[in-house]
Design a protein around this ligand. Sequence first.
Ligand code: FEO
Ligand code: CA
Ligand code: CA
Length: 625
Amino acid sequence: MKRFNINKISWDELDELRRPTPETTDFDRVVAGAVSRRGFLSGLVAFGSGAAVMGSGLLKGSTALAQGASRFAFTPIAAQTDFTVHVPDGYEWKTVASWGDPLFSDAPAFDPVTGTTVEGQARAFGENTDGMELFSIDGREVIAVNHEYANLDINLPQNDEGAPVSADDVRKIQDAQGVAVFEVTEGENGWEIVIDSPYNRRITHNTPMRIAGPAAGHDLLKTEADPTGTEALGTFNNCGAGRTPWGTYLTCEENFNGYFGSTEPAFERPEGFARYGIELESGYDYEKFDPRFDISKTPNEPNRAGYVVEIDPADASSTPVKRTALGRFKHENAEVTLAADNRVVVYLGDDERGEFLYRYVSNGTYEEGGDTSTLLDDGQLYVAKFHEDGTGEWLALTPEATGMDRAMIHIHTRQAASAVGATTMDRPEWVAVNPLKAEAYCALTNNKNRAVKPNAGGDETPATGPNPRAENNYGQIVRWRPAGEDHAADGFDWDLYVMAGNPEVHDDAYAGSGNVTPGNMFNSPDGMKFDSQGMLWIQTDGDDSNEDDFAGMGNNQMLCGDPETGEIARFMTGPNGAEVTGATFSTDRKTMFVGIQHPMNFPDADALPRSSIIAIRRTDGAVIG
Ligand code: FEO
Ligand code: CA
Ligand code: CA
C-alpha cells in the first residue's frame, strides 16, 4: 500500500492525502462579496467581508485596536525555527511526560533506540498527546490526556518504514493510542508522574466501553462479538477533549476512519462509508491482523466509532461511555457549558473540509450532586447556519427536519446536517467558551478547498460568511454570542475574532485581519482554551516551513488573545515539525501543561522523537492563567 511519512504531518493532513476530496470542474469559484457587517470589535472589523473590503486597508495594521494597557502578563516572543520550546523571559518549561514513560512500575523503562515493548506499551504513556484536562481529585492532581494517533516509523522503529508485520505489532500500536489518566505531583524536580497511583490508567483501542444514547442498540452497531450493539472495544483517534461540570473527561474520536480497511479488494462498502472516508485500505494495516478492523468481515465496526466518550478520571475501574447523542462525525473537542436554566450545552466541531459546527442541549438540567448519568444521552443535537448579515441560528436535527429517524441522525450525523442546509465550514477545530461572558469561539483551521470543491457530501463551499476566503490556507477564528446571553438560545450573532494571514506577503484578504501583524503572525489555529482571566490561548497546527506564504511565522506556536481588544501575542513556540496541542492548568493555576505532538527531534535529539507534555511556570511562581 502507499505509505506516507506520517510523523512529519498531522493526522488531519494524512487523511486528506489518503483520500482527497474528488476534484470538480463545474464548481464556480466564488469571490466573496464586499458586504459590510457589524463586528463585536468596533473599529477593528476583524471579520471577513470579502476581498474588496479587506483590500481597502480597513483590516490591515493594528491601529484600530483598542487603546489602554495590555492585559498580557508577558513580553511576546519572536517566531522560532529550531527544534526546542521557547517561552518568554520570566517563564520556564520542563518536560513532564513523554511517549513510553512508565505509568506503572511493571512497565519497562523507555529505550531510546527501540522505544516501547508490546507488553509495556499499555502500561506507559502513549504517543501523540492531544487534548487534555487536569482534575483535582481528593487533593491530588490527575491529568487525562488523549493519544491521538501513532507514528509507525517511530513506534515500530525495527520495522521497514514502520509497517506492522504481526499481530503483536498491531497490538503495540493500538496500545500506544487512546487515553492516559495519571496523577502528577510537583517536587524538587518540577512536575512528575506518580508511578502506580491508583488513578493511573491506560485506555486503548481495545478497552471495553459502553455505547449509550439514541444510536445504542441499533442494527448498524451490532456485530458478531456484540449482538446488543451496546458494548464496544476501544476509542480511536482521540483528538480534542472536554470536561463536564460533574468532573468527567470527554475524549473525542476524530479521524476514526483511518483504522479500518478490507482484506477483500472487491468488498462493496455499505452506504454512508464514503461520507465518512472509510476506505478499503487503512492507515495502519490493522485489518490484516485483527478482523475487527476488516470491514469485509466486521462491516458494522466503523459505526461504533466517531463519538464523544465520557471517562471518569476518579475511578480507574469505570467503564467509559460512548455518548452517541453528541453525534457521529470527526469530533474535534467537546466544550461544555451551561444554559441559563442549567441545561447542559456542548459545542462540537467536525474537522474536515466543508463539514459542520454542532451544538447539543440536554433536556434535563445539571444540579450539583444530582444524577448526571443521562445528561449526555437525552437531549437535542443542532447544527450551525451562519447568515451573511452577522446573525446565525442553530438548526435542530430532528426526524421531521432531516427525514431520518432518531438513531440514524446520530449514526449518519453528517448526512442529517447536509439535509437541513447547514453552513459548510473551514474545518472546525476546537471550540472554547469564554468563562466571563456569553460567547464562544471556534478555530477554523484552514481549507484549501474553500470555493474550489464541495465537501464529501456534495455540499457547496462558497467563500462567504465566516469562511470568506477561497483556498484558505491560513484559517480564522469565528465567535458567536447567543441571543439573550443564553447558550441554549436558537439564535446568535457572529463575527470573526481573527483572520490569520501574512501582511508581509499579501496586501489583500490573505494579509489577515487588523489584529495580525508581522510580530504575531501564525497560521492554522487549532487548539483553544480560555483561562480563568478570560484570556484565550490559541495553539497552531499548520505550515511551519517559514517560507513563501508562511515566511515569518516560524514553528507552530501558542498565542494569547484578548477577547476585548482583539490583541494577540505570541507566548510560546514549539519545536520545528511539531504541533502544539492540548492545554490545561494546575489547580493553583501556577502551571500550564501544554502538549507537543509529532516532534521530529525532541525532547532528546539523540533518541527517538517523543511526543510530550511540558509544564510552563513563571519563575516568580505567580499564577499563569
Ligand atoms: Fe486532531 Fe482536527 O485535530
Ligand atoms: Ca486539532
Ligand atoms: Ca489540526
